[in-house]
Design a binder for this molecule. Structure first.
Ligand code: CP
Ligand code: NVA
Length: 298
């Protein structure tokens, strides 16, 4: 049985296959001949808010022939303290697969072990694998192979999205630069686990110089709201704006996983100037996740 719990544990060959399959799946949208989820019901278990992940999985599962039950954690017994492993054993007997957004990575892993149904990580505090598959697909769709390119992340360099980029860099052979204040740099242990060419710096100009992609994410991830004031103070300046874009390659892409907070991690003008790429990225969540769903049930 397959799961997609992290980029860390996704084999390079599977990553490459998923990226290639996404090309065909995007082209075929609206005239799919195959419905690999026909007769299946998938649970979407969410402990955190979501627009893109929720809607793109819901649409994708239906387009592949399946049906969806949306389960906000606060509305099921999980939210009142029923253990993950019991929730998992119930759902595992009733549905065919699960898409799970929550806090601890270990909760998604525990769920997959006990539910014994294909399980997809729809974001944890540690990883956001579906996002990174869609991001890499978006880059390649616009600029060709990512191998050998330079991706620069600006902002909270210790968040889930960065972690998934870190594990992707070694697997797909691109350089990842992370510009973040000291308090928000990735942990040494994680960098060691990942390997690959990763440069961590506090110098955003050096990190942006000659980059093929400038990428950012919110300064205050879900679950970190209590740290908002401190984060906004420390991350000030770690913003994608016109002067930073000028340092990157002339055809560099500006990407954002969304939701975006203008005036914080990106300014309004730079966001709007790159809206086409950023919303292609959001649309590509659907196509990339349909490739993941196809692969997971095959
Ligand atoms: N990028 C992303 O995962 O968005 P949502 O939180 O809206 O799902
Ligand atoms: N790092 C962000 C990603 C949102 C899609 C968060 O966890 O809130």
């Amino acid at each position: 049985m397959k799961h997609l719990l992290s980029i860390e544990n996704l084999a390079r060959t599977d990553m490459e296959k998923l990226l290639a399959d996404t090309v065909a799946i995007k082209k075929e949208r609206g005239r799919h001949l195959k419905h690999p989820l026909a007769g299946q019901i998938w649970a979407m278990l969410f402990s955190k808010a979501s627009t893109r992940t929720r809607v793109s999985f819901d649409v994708g599962i239906r387009e592949l022939g399946g049906q969806v039950i949306f389960l906000p954690a606060s509305e099921i017994q999980l939210g009142r303290g029923e253990p993950i492993k019991d929730t998992a054993r119930v759902l595992g007997r009733l549905v065919h697969g699960a898409v799970f957004r929550t806090f601890a990575q270990s909760d998604v892993e525990e769920f997959s072990r006990y539910a014994r149904i294909p399980t997809i990580n729809a974001l944890t505090d540690e990883e956001h694998p579906c996002q990174i598959m869609a991001d890499i697909f978006t880059f390649q769709e616009k600029r060709g192979p990512i191998r050998g390119k330079v991706v620069t992340f600006i902002g909270d360099g210790a968040c889930n999205v960065v972690n998934s980029w870190i594990f992707a860099a070694a697997k797909l052979d691109f350089e990842l630069r992370i510009a973040a204040p000291k308090a928000f740099q990735p942990s040494a242990a994680l960098l060691k686990r990942a390997g690959g060419k990763i440069v961590c710096t506090e110098d955003i100009s050096a990190a942006a110089s000659g980059a093929d992609v400038l990428y950012t994410d919110v300064w205050v991830s879900m679950g970190k709201e209590a740290e908002s004031a401190e984060r906004i103070k420390l991350l000030k300046g770690y913003q994608i704006n016109a002067s930073l874009v000028r340092l990157a390659k002339p055809n560099a892409l500006v990407m954002h996983c969304l939701p975006a907070y203008r005036g914080k991690e990106i300014d309004e003008a730079t966001f709007e100037a790159n809206a086409e790429t950023i919303f292609d990225e959001a649309e590509n969540r659907l196509h990339a996740q349909k490739a993941i769903l196809h692969w997971i049930v095959s």
